[in-house]
Design a protein around this ligand. Structure first.
Ligand SMILES: *[C@@H]1O[C@H](CO)[C@@H](O)[C@H](O)[C@H]1NC(C)=O
Ligand SMILES: CC(=O)N[C@H]1CO[C@H](CO)[C@@H](O)[C@@H]1O
Length: 408
């Protein structure tokens, strides 16, 4: 029997959905009505799925270390996301995946199975949740420190537990206990070393993280402070999502609010912070100051709900979009039996970036897959500028896809 609270929150969620349908941006952007989506064969790429490997599924996020030619992937279990994904109010902690892991893939070394050789990184010194050693990966980013050490920053969607017994609390009521974790590793390593857990009331509904040079970081709370219930459901309508900032020492503060489901943000090599919206599309461009405060300087109008952003070695930003938002949601509930949702990849190129105060962006549709034939219902896209390959992964996809540019 659902509790009164659940019924109420469902009613409110339905009300909120109806309200959203009155808005143009939701009808045309989130649902994707009337949008022509092209088949993948219209684009000059040869795409292959790397499928059937239990280690390479539900890889929500990726980061490419260009120098060591290593692609890091944050992977889970596609079926478990339905039960445990606090970012979208999936709060049945008992159904969470118990084997989330980071894969380090050597993208220049093909394996005999048609993919690439890789290592599943062990985390021997990580205590996990009340000593169980587990991580629950969502977003991830990486950086290479001045002394050449590889740092991996993870959103860790921990369930809330009793601090004495370690038993799961009712996460439907109290919400998850997401933290941000810093690990270090090195090219070729089999392990990653835990450095620090950032736990702070301001880290409430973290979606993704973007690291500054001094080890401070920005992150998005995709539902602001609202972990559960009505306010969580209404957050994308009321725009209570935020961008927050933590110092390396651990103090955190909110630096901007008013976002509708802000998603996988990115700190560009041009020093600007790019914040995409999964609810209404487009990318807000913020200019950070040294103390982490930000000023909105531009909005990139892109009529697609946007997932995650990444930047390639040329400074171009790649954005994974969901041309049919509703199809993407359906895949969440039954990823293995639902047709792969369509996906679109955009390249966002800042033109004349050397001119101060000039915010001009050129948009280019790189690839699209109307029938979900090849792409994984992409949530994240990485462009390997040195070979022209695209790597695509999806939060509930049972595979990843690699696309090679066709030689014409
Ligand atoms: C949340 O995680 C932090 C960091 O591990 C821990 O100290 C705290 O006890 C946890 N709280 C709950 C409610 O699980
Ligand atoms: C809508 C969606 O799936 N967006 C995902 C983008 O990536 C972050 C982490 O990388 C996820 O938390 C989001 O859910």
């Amino acid at each position: 029997m659902p509790s009164t609270l659940q019924v109420l929150s469902l009613l409110f969620a339905t009300g909120a959905a109806l309200y959203q349908f009155l808005l143009r941006d939701v009808i045309f952007v989130t649902v994707g009505l009337g949008r022509t989506v092209l088949p993948v064969s219209s684009f000059p790429y040869q795409c292959t799925r790397i499928a059937g490997d239990p280690n390479i599924q539900a890889c929500e996020d990726m980061w490419l270390d260009e120098k060591s030619r290593t692609l890091y992937l944050a992977c889970s279990d596609p079926v478990a996301r339905r039960d445990w994904m606090p970012n979208i109010h999936r709060l049945s902690a008992s159904g969470r995946a118990l084997n989330d892991h980071i894969v380090a893939m050597d993208i220049d070394s093909p394996s005999s199975e048609g993919g690439y050789t890789y290592r599943v990184l062990e985390t021997p010194d990580f205590s996990g949740v009340h000593g169980d050693g587990r991580i629950h990966v969502v977003g991830m980013t990486g950086s290479v420190s001045e002394d050449g050490e590889t740092q991996l920053w993870l959103i860790n969607a921990r369930p809330s537990v009793d601090s004495v017994t370690g038993e799961l609390l009712d996460n439907d009521v109290v919400g998850g206990n997401s933290t941000i974790e810093l690990f270090t590793t090195a090219a070729g390593s089999e392990t990653m070393k835990h450095v620090k857990t950032f736990a702070n009331p301001q880290i409430a509904t973290p979606n993704n993280v973007a690291v500054t040079k001094d080890g401070a970081f920005f992150f998005t709370n995709d539902h602001g402070p609202h972990k559960v219930g009505l306010w969580h459901h209404l957050s994308p309508v009321l725009a209570t999502g935020d961008v927050s900032y933590c110092l390396a020492a651990g103090e955190c503060k909110q630096v901007a609010t008013g976002f509708k489901f802000p998603n996988g943000l990115h700190l560009g090599s041009d020093g600007l912070l790019y914040v995409p919206s999964a609810a209404v599309g487009g990318i807000d461009v913020l200019k950070p100051a040294a103390d982490g405060s930000v000023e909105k300087v531009h909005h990139i109008d892109l009529d697609y709900p946007i997932d995650n952003l990444s930047e390639d070695a040329n400074g171009d930003i790649f954005a994974a979009g969901m041309p049919k938002g509703i199809a993407s949601l359906a895949a969440f509930n039954d990823p293995l039996n639902t047709p792969t949702p369509p996906a679109t990849v955009w390249r966002v190129r800042r033109v004349n970036r050397e001119v101060t105060g000039n915010y001009k962006y050129e948009l280019f549709k790189v690839i699209e897959d109307a029938a979900g034939e090849k792409l994984p219902g992409a949530t994240t896209i990485i462009h390997d500028a040195s070979t022209g390959r695209l790597f695509l992964s999806g939060v509930v996809a049972p595979s990843i896809t690699v696309c090679q540019k066709k030689i014409i």
